[in-house]
Write a protein that binds this ligand. Sequence first.
Ligand code: GLN
Length: 455
Amino acid sequence: ISATELTRSCLEHIDKTDEKLGAFINIYPEQALQKAKELDEKGFDETMPLWGVPVSVKDALATKNMKTTAGSKILENFIPPYSAFAVEQLEKAGAIILGKNNMDEFAMGSTCENSAFKAGSNPWNTDCVAGGSSGGSAISVASCQSFASLGTDTGGSIRQPASLCGCVGLKPTYGRVSRYGLLAYASSLDQIGPFTRTVEDAALILSVISGHDERDSTSSPREKEDFTKLFQHPQTDLNNITIGLPKEFFESEAMDGEIAELCQNTIQEAKKLGANIKEVSMPHLTYSIASYYIIASAEASSNLARYDGIRYGHRTNQPQDLDELYTMSRTEGFGEEVQRRILLGTYVLSAGYYDAYYKKAAQVRRLIRDDYVNALKECDVLLAPVSPITAWKKGSVTDPLQMYQMDIFTLSLNLAGLPGLAIPVGMAHNMPVGMQIIGSAFDEAKLFTVGHSLT
Ligand code: GLN
């Protein structure tokens, strides 16, 4: 099959399905077919690991010559002058970018309903949410519109939609993938990673998009690793692997009974494959929602200050003065959830409240990180649920605090900066369920090995 035929068939599938699914904000058929044609004319090149593979990219990642909206009205017609590092790497490897995936505005949300353009729908039941914020990425991979997608995970936004839609999603270690060209939400938590249909594909995409980039000062100086080598002679047992089960996750009252049962089945399967199973305790996990939403909002309020109606994006019509230009451009351009986070963030950073909120949250973050480091001293990896319930009905959760509770199992990992791989483990209530495998910093190889054995 040629790159052009494959690209055309993906584009036709998107055309047929996306009105219902809402996985894309913008699709670029001509650019994709042009790239495919160029590849076909030059012929297959085995040095390009993604030669001719149609992929998609969350709309939070800058793409030269393609609109990049971050799911927001404020950037509705913004075309960046450059591409994100991770996007450049995909293109260099021969991938074909079909378009930009739908998302919650500025990656703030857990359902893909906060997109300023349209809500994403779960391919298993279109009345249900896809998860978020990288909902469009999960939909497009799970419904075979594209072979892989890049998403971003600030507090679960890769792992949770992957689990709710039944595909694989990896949040790499903080610093593994350059954030250059990622429209920042919370810079100390944001990380770019792949959505794929298999663990092996996730390893391939990570090998392509990782590596040092001097344009991101937090990018790790490590050499690029080739994770695909793990799959030349893949380990299929889990002998000599100790898997920790953080009891605070499994004892959570929020967890649905059928999901709890599936988690237990997966643990039994790991045991059968030879793993040592060990209970561990992470006493500070219960504070992760409070700590995360303070830190993430604080950073967001600072990062989003750049959208002022002058330098980028939407500008209000006929303002009376400069103040009104700023205020009205932002009032018209930002959605409700984004405005809520900016208000919350400026509040917790304000002189009178900084010590009580931001500083405390930062201290708690350190304790949560220490909990992970200590647990991982005793174990190779940890295994945990991703979402307390399966994909819920669109529109059914409207209270912001109730929505934040849905992130109970995912946020702490970003506070600790560690990698997490979400894999599908079965179905409950006729919807997919995922679990996450968590590892030490830069130990993604182990996550792939365990994830491969368990899928
Ligand atoms: N749901 C979380 C939030 O709204 C996480 C989002 C994310 O990881 N980008 O902040």
